[in-house]
Design a protein around this ligand. Structure first.
Ligand SMILES: [Zn+2]
Length: 306
């Protein structure tokens, strides 16, 4: 690992020539404090992350929609990884029935706002991370402004209306979206960056390309009726955090253009191709959605409280 000087600060013997060879690397490691070098040591030794990737994480901002089942591993791992600023959109309080899977919150937090519970836990994990609370539901009226304040968005919401709204807000604001959903024993995950589509490059679909219009709610499919396995949001939210870190650092291959499906009962992962829909109302050639119209996002009860 001779070309990875990430675990030490540059010594005074290093020549100007060395600095010119690795200008970015050297300048970034100088900016790290000793506790940061220790805290992020297991990232710094990874060639795919290194000091440059860690510096990107430290200066990145990520909005997490929902501090529930998916939001728990998302927030825990993104804080641990050193993402500089985490935004949390959440309007709910911690309920005893949440604790079976929402590992961000604990029993003494029952009754308190999930945002406050999240902030306290994240500060204990990594006090360097700035946490911005948006104690509100994401709506067509506020989504554009909230999303615009972040580099990237991770959706851990629990209903179709919010998922479509987050997708549309991200596309219109030019933000990459990592979106996951869970129900019973099944999970799905993909990355959407249709705003980056341009000629000559493999096309990126948006969430609408895959799922069309917001479905009519099936009354039998409410969260309390169908249930969710305790560890399922842990699996999917951890995968989602992984894809967020990859998007920020540029490590590996983006999940854009592919949809990951997980079936816990059969222990199977499937990855299927996800192509742009030429008839997509948001990102297709005849796109009609150019702003966030409240009438388009019908409020509904949670499909499966993540
Ligand atoms: Zn689309």
């Amino acid at each position: 690992m001779a070309d990875q000087p990430a675990l030490r600060k540059p010594s005074s013997e290093e020549t100007l020539h060395d600095r010119e060879k690795h200008p970015t690397s050297i300048s970034m490691i100088e900016d790290f404090t000793d506790p940061q070098i220790e805290r992020y040591a297991r990232h710094l030794v990874l060639p795919e992350i290194g000091d440059e990737g860690q510096a990107r994480l430290l200066s990145a901002s990520v909005l997490i929609v929902g501090a529930g089942g998916l939001g728990s591993p998302l927030l825990l791992y993104l804080a641990a990884a050193g993402v500089g600023r985490l935004g949390v959109v959440e309007d709910d309080s911690v309920d005893l029935s949440n604790l079976q899977r929402q590992v961000l919150h604990d029993t003494p937090a029952v009754g308190s706002h999930k945002g406050d519970s999240a902030r306290e836990r994240l500060a204990a994990i990594n006090p360097e991370v700035e946490v911005t609370l948006h104690k509100t539901r994401l709506t067509a009226e506020n989504a554009g402004e909230i999303v615009a304040g972040y580099d990237l968005v991770a959706d851990g919401s629990d209903n179709f209306a919010t998922r479509f709204l987050v997708n549309d807000a991200c596309y219109l604001a030019g933000k990459t979206l990592v979106s996951a959903a869970i129900m019973r024993f099944d999970g799905q995950l993909s990355t959407f960056k249709a705003h980056q589509r341009h000629e000559g490059e493999e096309a990126h679909p948006c969430y609408r390309c895959l799922f069309g219009e917001q479905p009519e709610r099936d009354p039998k499919q409410s969260c309390a009726d169908v249930g969710v396995l305790a560890s399922l949001p842990g699996v999917m939210g951890s995968l989602q955090a992984t894809e967020v870190i990859k998007e920020i650092t540029g490590a590996g291959d983006s999940l854009s253009g592919r949809l990951l499906l997980y079936d816990a009962l059969s222990t199977s992962f499937r990855v299927i191709r996800a192509k742009p829909d030429p008839a997509c109302l948001l990102c297709g050639p005849q796109a009609r959605i150019t702003s966030l119209d409240p009438a388009r996002y019908r409020p509904e009860e949670a499909v499966c409280e993540s």
